[in-house]
Design a protein around this ligand. Structure first.
Ligand SMILES: O=P(O)(O)O[C@H]1O[C@H](CO)[C@@H](O)[C@H]1O
Ligand SMILES: O=c1cc[nH]c(=O)[nH]1
Length: 272
């Protein structure tokens, strides 16, 4: 146990997701379900930045990232630097999010195997000094399978393993017909969504390829676990009532918390 004690205080798990509210809830969820602590006083460690929210519960950091790739990659790169300076040993970064599903029931959870960009390539393409830098958007296979194995037949929802398209736009970029601008037909949309399904894409959100690429480039294991708010083959509007949507957002939290709990139990590193 001698080499384990100094790890106290160093993040081993980082979980990021779009909203400040969700990431505070995740910190509460972990505190209660992983560490069995009630009513912990959570402090937003980055309150004065006004940009993102960060909570820490034992070895778990819970951080909001806003909408889309530029916002998410900004905070993800700050986290990669932080993990480096903190000398974190083999940390794992998760994204818990929401998405639109493809031919799966709303409320299902998707554990991503890879990210797909808007050009249907498994890569994250960033313009750097006038040129396009292309980074592969493949997630850690073993980790995604281990997380997928956390799903149980007793869950009241289905969990799937598959590709995730990360679009640069919520409306046209996701083939929606209900945005302020639309230059495609219902037929075009369905043809596109069917094509994605055939490629193995299970859901669409707005960060997957960049998250996959940057965690891979950093040599950090990363996983994406998203709930689907609707079946895009059946519509564009998220019409499920707010209370139900908030309950559904707890599903990725439950899977990730279960994984963290199991991981800490097996590593016996003194956190629990
Ligand atoms: O629920 P979050 O984590 O914000 O993720 C999804 O929701 C946002 C769009 O509403 C995008 O960021 C998309 O990726
Ligand atoms: O359809 C959806 C739902 C959530 N987030 C997205 O980016 N798309």
């Amino acid at each position: 146990m001698g080499d384990i004690a100094p790890r106290k205080g160093i993040p081993e798990f980082v979980c990021i997701g779009g909203t400040k509210h969700r990431m505070r809830e995740f910190a509460e969820f972990v505190s209660f379900n992983v560490f069995h602590r009630k009513n912990v006083k959570l402090v937003n460690l980055t309150k004065h930045s006004h940009r993102y929210a960060t909570y820490k519960v034992g070895p778990v950091l819970s951080v909001s990232h806003g909408i889309g790739i530029p916002s998410m990659t900004t905070v993800l790169q700050e986290i990669i630097k932080l993990l480096h300076y903190a000398k974190a040993v083999d940390p794992i970064v998760f994204r818990i999010g929401t998405s639109g599903g493809l031919s799966i029931p709303p409320g299902s959870v998707v554990v991503s195997s890879w990210g797909l960009n808007g050009y249907l390539e498994k890569s994250y393409d960033i313009p750097v000094m006038g040129r396009s830098l292309k980074l592969p958007a493949i997630l850690d296979k073993r980790l995604s399978q281990e997380i997928y194995s956390m799903a149980s037949e007793e869950d009241e929802f289905q969990t799937y393993l598959g590709g995730t398209m990360g679009a640069d736009d919520f409306y046209r970029g996701q083939a929606r017909l209900d945005g302020p601008f639309c230059d495609h037909t219902e037929e075009d949309k369905l043809e596109f969504l069917e094509k994605l399904s055939e490629m193995g894409v299970r859901n669409i959100e707005m960060e997957a390829p960049a998250f996959a690429a940057l965690t891979k480039e950093a040599g950090i294991r990363g996983a994406i676990v998203c709930v689907t708010l609707l079946n895009r083959l059946e519509g564009d509007q998220v019409s499920t009532e707010k209370g139900t949507l908030l309950q559904w957002q707890k599903r990725p939290m439950a899977i990730v918390a279960k994984f963290i709990s199991k991981y800490l139990d097996s590593s016996m590193n003194g956190w629990k």
